[in-house]
Write a protein that binds this ligand. Structure first.
Ligand SMILES: NC(=O)c1ccc[n+]([C@@H]2O[C@H](COP(=O)([O-])OP(=O)(O)OC[C@H]3O[C@@H](n4cnc5c(N)ncnc54)[C@H](O)[C@@H]3O)[C@@H](O)[C@H]2O)c1
Length: 266
């Protein structure tokens, strides 16, 4: 069988990961895209972490270059876009995986600094990344963008700034899809639910003073499907489909990957 991303070139932004026991969404997606034949530029503000992802890909025989960049900087976004074109000659897909939530709180306790930081990283960074890369796709007359949002955009959560930033990403994805459809560019959004990743498990354990197993037990109980969180590979496989030609008539969707949590909301 031909690999599903054979011949394609992609950028994964946030291709490193928070340290921890399991694999993160960005790293899993990058590894899977490479296994399916894509050549990749791996972008992260932590170069060492992107390089770990690249090393795994190279050991498996894949192709990945790295670029240290902060996607909240317009000039950094221009730099990683140019780096991808310089290395591989084109950009077929852009995978926007960056997201943070540290310091978030309910609306009355949320501090201005945390609100500004989370909105800046999660929402403005995504906009700047798209503003840099989509013009290259327009020149090519084709491209796929997947933005990694969160079910928190539509579910109840005490994480106010995170929720607002992800709801903004959902809206941004639909605007981008509509304004780029005639250029042959598809833009889709994934809302992961509760995933067993270091960002969520180690991050919550540290913030709440719980053990990792306590965090896992609590999160597992909230998932309708088998009472078990998903993994980064679940998000990666949905992303693979959306970037592949199999999804050639799909644009503007906001896809939950959540073991049924969105169905519970209704
Ligand atoms: N894990 C979950 O349960 C869950 C649930 C819903 C949504 N998500 C979303 O999944 C995405 C990330 O998942 P992950 O497991 O890969 O997280 P992660 O924290 O492991 O990886 C994110 C990467 O982004 C990088 N990064 C952070 N700020 C950056 C910036 N300004 N510029 C460039 N790189 C930056 C980090 O260094 C890190 O390597 C996020 O968008 C998150 O909101 C996760």
């Amino acid at each position: 069988m031909t690999p599903r991303l054979s011949g394609k070139v992609g950028i994964v932004v946030g291709a490193g990961q928070t340290p921890g026991e399991t694999v993160g969404n960005g790293r899993a997606a990058a590894i899977l895209f490479a296994r399916e034949g894509a050549r990749l530029l791996l972008v992260d503000r932590r170069l060492d972490s992107a390089q770990e992802t690249a090393e795994t890909i190279r050991v498996e025989g894949g192709t990945a270059e790295c670029c240290e960049a902060d996607w909240t900087s317009r000039s950094d976004c221009a730099r990683f876009t140019a780096a991808c074109v310089d290395s591989f000659g084109r950009i077929d897909f852009l995978h926007n995986n960056v997201g943070i939530g540290t310091g978030d709180a309910d609306p009355l306790r949320l501090e201005e600094e945390a609100f500004d930081r989370i909105l800046n990283v999660n929402l403005k960074g995504c906009l700047l990344s798209c503003q840099a890369v989509v013009p290259v796709m327009r020149d090519q007359g084709s491209g796929s963008v997947v933005n990694v949002s969160s079910l928190a955009a539509v579910a109840s959560t005490p994480l106010t700034a995170y929720k607002i930033s992800k709801a903004g990403m959902n809206a941004l994805g639909q605007s981008l899809a509509m304004s780029n459809a005639r250029h042959g560019i598809r833009v889709n959004t994934i809302m992961p639910g509760l995933m067993d990743t270091p960002m969520a498990v180690e991050g919550t354990a540290e913030a709440q003073g719980m053990t990792r197993d306590q965090v896992r037990d609590f999160r597992n109980q909230l998932v309708p499907l088998r009472r078990k969180m998903g993994t980064a590979w679940d998000v990666a496989y949905a992303s693979l489909f959306l970037h592949s030609d199999e999804a050639g008539f799909i644009t503007g969707v906001v896809l939950p990957v959540d073991g049924g949590q969105a169905a519970r909301i209704g």
